[in-house]
Ligand binder design. Structure first.
Ligand SMILES: [Zn+2]
Length: 466
């Protein structure tokens, strides 16, 4: 890579072969940039044990650094910073170190490499940037902020992809013959329906190359459409020609276990996500963030929470909320423990009853009532957390036992000296949501109004997780 400058917006990023791959959309097209960068994990312990561990691992790039081991501590500790080639290697190494000795604690093991990269470089998806390429590394200059509400995003080339089979049933299976493929973009519907399956699939590849979409919408792309295409290409012996991403790799579906999860009283099923490198794949059947808030909402969350667009589409809302907190901790040199499970301090039964007022409601007087008023608090809990500086490390902090700020009735002291990670993270979300709601009211154009509605609705989703 020679020395040069690229201006544009970060569309996609992923770590591969010891390099961060970043796709930047500029006014003249797409650029694939690579940065020689690998992630790292941290280990704490006695200095002599750490020196011994470093000697044992025999990696010349291991460093000592000073970090806070938790948000509660006021003093930094010396820890080992160990570079790893991949996220999986981070996990393997962490397991190895933990199994070999109980003397060590591990940190930042669970954070995906792409997020560490975004935090470290202080950039975010669809940020407007200038990338200065020198040898094999990138120096980033950013010209907007994640807190901006009037940001510019490039025009994205979006398509809808659909396959139709000759199935007689409502639900198609891999055994059914491919009848036609439909690509819909803003201007037209392109239908591929020759009688030859092989010809159809190869035409799809040709059209993808020609149209070069940034965003691919499918309905059920994760659990049917892409696996079906892969399966048929395999049967026809043309698997290695099915290149749909911007990298020259054929479509390959990693058979990971799909999972179900429980959220807000419902069990959701989430199939393995299909990643088309360099493009964003949105399976509308499985992305409720998209269905409620559209691409506009996904972009808003991705920017605010510093999480790659594709990850924002595929993961739960909680993952985005965690990301913004991890970012703030990262910037303050606070490490995130591995197996993050901080048990609450033990409370007596009486304290529990007093503390759990949130779950207490009065039984209504039965009957039909007139003149009933309604009070709707906008983001009540996040607002309280922000206003009163409530965070794991600020309630019952050790630095301010005599704090004037107390939890009512329980009398727990709340930190006066430092702002907690949770309130810092929530502030930006609350403030932006309020401003979008205002802009929604003031906007003259229906399109703009709808965009602001989607952005504030997306922020509302995130705030629900607080
Ligand atoms: Zn304090």
């Amino acid at each position: 890579m020679s020395n040069s400058k690229i201006q544009g917006w970060i569309l996609d990023l992923y770590h591969k072969n010891g390099k961060m791959n970043i796709w930047v959309k500029s006014k003249n097209g797409l650029h694939q940039l690579t940065d020689d960068w690998i992630p790292f994990i941290y280990v704490s312990g006695e200095k002599s044990d750490l020196i011994e561990l470093a000697r044992l691992l025999n990696n010349p790039n291991i460093l000592f650094e000073e970090k806070y081991l938790s948000p509660e501590t006021h003093r930094k500790s010396e820890v080992l910073k160990i570079p790893v080639h991949t996220h999986n290697q981070a996990l393997d190494l962490a397991k190895y170190i933990t199994l070999s000795s109980r003397k060590f604690s591990l940190f930042n093991v669970d954070i995906p490499s792409e997020q560490i990269y975004l935090y470290e470089k202080n950039i975010f998806p669809l940020a407007q940037i200038e990338a200065n390429l020198k040898y094999n590394s990138i120096r980033w200059q950013i010209s907007d902020k994640s807190s901006d509400i009037n940001y510019q995003i490039p025009e994205l080339n979006c398509i809808n992809l659909d396959v139709t089979t000759n199935s007689q049933n409502k639900i198609s299976s891999f055994k059914d013959k491919l009848q036609k493929i439909t690509i819909r973009n803003q201007e037209e519907d392109i239908i591929i329906d020759s009688n030859d399956e092989e010809e159809n699939l190869l035409e799809l590849v040709r059209l993808f190359k020609k149209i070069d979409p940034d965003v691919i919408y499918t309905h059920n792309g994760n659990s049917f459409l892409f696996p079906y295409i892969e399966n048929h290409a395999q049967k026809l012996g043309i698997s290695n020609q099915i290149i749909l991403g911007r990298e020259q790799n054929p479509l390959k579906i990693l058979r990971q276990k799909a999972r179900s999860y429980f959220s807000y009283g419902r069990i959701h099923y989430r199939p393995t996500s299909i990643r088309i490198l360099g493009r964003i794949h949105i399976d509308t059947k499985h992305s409720y963030l998209h269905n409620d808030c559209g691409l506009e909402g996904i972009i808003e969350i991705s920017r605010t929470c510093r999480i790659p667009l594709q990850k924002c589409v595929d993961s739960t809302i909680g993952t985005s909320m965690t990301s913004i907190q991890l970012y703030h901790a990262f910037r303050k040199d606070i490490l995130a423990p591995w197996f993050k499970a901080l048990p609450e301090d033990l409370k007596t039964a009486e304290e529990l009853i007093i503390a759990d007022r949130g779950g207490l409601y009065y039984s209504p007087r039965v009957g039909v009532h007139e003149d009933v008023g309604e009070l709707d608090f906008s983001s009540l809990y996040p607002t309280l957390m922000c206003k009163f500086n409530l965070s794991g490390e600020t309630v019952r902090c050790r630095c301010c036992p005599q704090s004037r700020n107390k939890v009512p009735e329980l009398g727990y002291n709340i930190c006066e000296k430092r702002r907690g990670i949770v309130p810092i993270s929530l502030e930006e979300l609350l403030e932006k949501r309020l401003r979008y709601k205002q802009m929604m009211k003031e906007a003259r154009s229906p399109l703009l109004k709808e965009n602001y509605r989607k952005r504030q609705a997306a922020l509302k989703w995130i705030l629900v997780c607080a």
